[in-house]
Design a protein around this ligand. Structure first.
Ligand code: SAH
Length: 341
């Protein structure tokens, strides 16, 4: 069986060539409004024909946790019963959806709960679109867009699911669909250098974020296995190529871990790494996931940011939302899987 949500409108025109053209748009609308065949208003003969080959079914909401600050964390059930997370963040400048790109993750970063049980499978482009659709429908009128930004910072490594993510970008930005502006999409990667070069050529106007989290390769290898494959220097070189093509500022994510990456030397090395690079450093307070890594205090994180600013590095502390509801990457899914054992 195939998912109708995996196709763009042009492809739907071809698949539905036997039917009047407006039916393809109706199918596309049904996907975006998180409807199934029964709710879609499609004629019975068409549904009967499609049903044998294609699935039109919204992703199921298993559980919603609402934080004191309004952040909502969703546990979603895919068609094969796999579970992914998605977060809806309400902000003054518009709502943001934080989305997963894989079931689990195989990158093995020490601080991240998404990777605890490894990678189960990739999400298809349609599943990612349907994730947005179901969370959108749950936060207002399903016929309207109730968010403005999307960040690919949930579970999974977007560049480890490259083709589906690129296809999803086409689907989510489609004018006849959610019509999300590329500028309102951020993609976070742990730094798969080859893919950064490939992606640069596609010229998407999205914000590319790099999970840096350490300022030397040695230290980075301790917390992020991907550092054994690509050095920080190689990442920076790839980012230069990316900026040359896209003229877009890149963002370094830097999760502060007490005694690991929060020293004065780290500040100086961050200055060197970002020298001459159109970039911003997003400092994040670690959300401890039960391992040995400890968080700094908020004040220590603010001091770190101030020191970066003093030496001329553009940096801010990311506002932490939803920490009372297992807000960070993969935490809720990991907890749910554990409860099931
Ligand atoms: N695989 C991609 C995207 C997912 S992780 C990547 O590595 O960038 C996206 C971000 O989630 C990480 O950069 C980190 O900033 C944040 N994150 C993950 N686990 C966290 C934790 N325990 N505390 C705080 N932030 C965390």
């Amino acid at each position: 069986m195939k998912l109708l949500s995996d196709y763009c409108l042009t492809e739907l025109y071809e698949i539905l060539a036997d039917f009047p053209k407006f039916r393809a748009k109706q199918v596309f609308d049904a996907i975006i409004q998180a409807k199934d065949y029964a709710d879609s208003n499609l004629p019975k003969d068409m549904v009967d024909k499609l049903k044998s080959e294609y699935i039109l079914k919204p992703i199921e909401i298993l559980k919603v946790l609402t934080s004191k600050d309004g952040t909502k964390k969703y546990l979603l059930k895919l068609y094969d019963n796999n579970i992914v997370e998605c977060v809806f963040l309400t902000q003054d400048y518009g709502n943001t959806i934080c989305m997963s790109t894989q079931v689990g993750c195989r990158m093995g970063c020490k601080f991240c709960a998404s990777t605890l049980n490894g990678r189960v499978r990739d999400l298809t482009a349609g599943e990612m679109l349907s994730t947005i659709a179901v969370v959108n429908a749950d936060n207002g009128k399903r016929t309207e867009r109730n968010f403005s930004n999307i960040v690919l910072m949930g579970s999974g490594e977007p560049f480890d699911n490259y083709e589906n993510v690129v296809k999803w970008l086409e689907l989510i930005t489609a004018e006849q669909g959610f019509n999300v502006s590329e500028r309102n999409i951020s993609l976070s990667t742990c730094g798969l250098v080859d893919k950064i070069y490939d992606f640069a050529k596609l010229n998407f106007n999205i914000t590319l974020c790099i999970s840096l989290h350490a300022t030397t390769d040695e230290k980075r290898k301790e917390i992020m296995p991907i550092a054994n494959r690509y050095s920080i220097a190689e990442i920076v070189k790839a980012l230069k190529a990316y900026i040359k093509e896209n003229k877009r500022r890149v963002v370094f994510e830097y999760c502060l871990i007490k005694g690991v990456n929060d020293s004065e030397e780290d500040i100086n090395r961050l200055k060197e790494i970002t020298k001459g690079l159109l970039s911003h450093v997003n400092v994040i307070c670690l959300n401890p996931n039960g391992g040995s890594l400890k968080a700094t205090t908020k004040q220590e994180a603010l001091d770190f940011v101030n020191k970066l600013n003093k030496v001329g590095v553009s940096a801010t502390l990311r506002r932490s939302q939803g920490s009372d509801i297992e807000g960070a990457c993969g935490m809720l899914r990991a907890k749910t899987l554990k409860e099931k054992e």
